[in-house]
Design a protein around this ligand. Sequence first.
Ligand code: PMP
Length: 392
Amino acid sequence: MRFATLTRQPDDPLLRIIGQHAADPRTNKIDLGVGVFRDEEGRTPVMTAVKAAEARLLTEQPSKSYLGPEGDIGFVRALATLVLGDAVAAERVVGLQTPGGTGALRLAAELLARSGVERIWIGSPSWANHAPLFRQAGVEPAMIPCFDLNTQSFDLDGFLTGLGEAGAGDAVLLHGCCHNPIGIDPDAAGWHAIASRVAERGLLPVVDLAYQGLGDGFDVDAQGARTILAAVPEALLAYSCDKNFGLYRERTGALFAVTPDRDSGATVFSNLLALARANWSMPPDHGAAIVRIILEDESLTAEWREELETMRQRLESLRAALAAGGRIGTIDLAAVAHGKGMFATLPLSPTQVEWLRDRHAIYMAGSGRINIAGFNMAAVQTFHEALRDMVA
Ligand code: PMP
């Protein structure tokens, strides 16, 4: 009876919140929990460029025969050009398609473990899946507390000091843009300071870029990643297309490795292929084929970029509306304007989060993380009033 040795695992707290929200009969309920983009009507629509690419795929795809553990190479190449620009010489980069950004991170973690990396330094708090994912693959996460929720700021000095304890050959995880769950990224000077520290300590950076285009703009959002990758001999970049192409369930991502030269790149690539083969054999094709069709077609690319920019602007204006609430009790909403992307984490206690849910039908993660896209302009006002009621 081997299964009798297992212990019951806790439910995913965010899934529990989704269930509670669905069961709540109140019509004015607000869902700030799940991390997907929503429009003003609360929908997560398929992007029109994606629909057009899917239509093309339906009529033109010649075969569904296997591709290989590297996935759709046209997709990988187009994405590399788009994301990396000329930050790193092409012969130093290898890449393969993965099942989402999570698949890319998992492969990154296994490659690190295979390379003898024992520890990865992660600014805290981070995406809830980061620490378990690396630990599961045999790389121990070391957390560096470096965010102040009251001022909504990233403590660059604290982070750099934390990295001062890292040993040569340790890895460090960096959110490329639109930090999840805080929404606060380093500025350009901060990225350069981090790049210098990473290079001087001989650390291997793993950049997680899951929200490109939802922060300051598509190219600006890649600058941090480019700064880091250009500064070191070896690095990994885990990329997700699930948010910026709205492909979530299609599980579309890629892992890129920066290596010192073409020869070491070939060795790294062969290891990535072997790891992919032992995990999922080959990634699912549909989402990557859609992204490739869009990126290979100028007019579809322009259409997608425009839609993405509309999404970005919606987040920006909601964030500004939220920040206009100013200081409510000890909560300085104005500071939320410093952030970018879909998320912010408010300095709310679990009791306050619960109170907002019970009293005002406002649902968010127990940590106080909110999905900015879960608001519409009316809901922002409701949220301000609920906070005022809470501190009254
Ligand atoms: N990294 C971060 C920071 C994320 O927030 C997410 C998704 N929530 C991912 C990676 C994984 O993305 P995907 O859905 O493509 O696996």
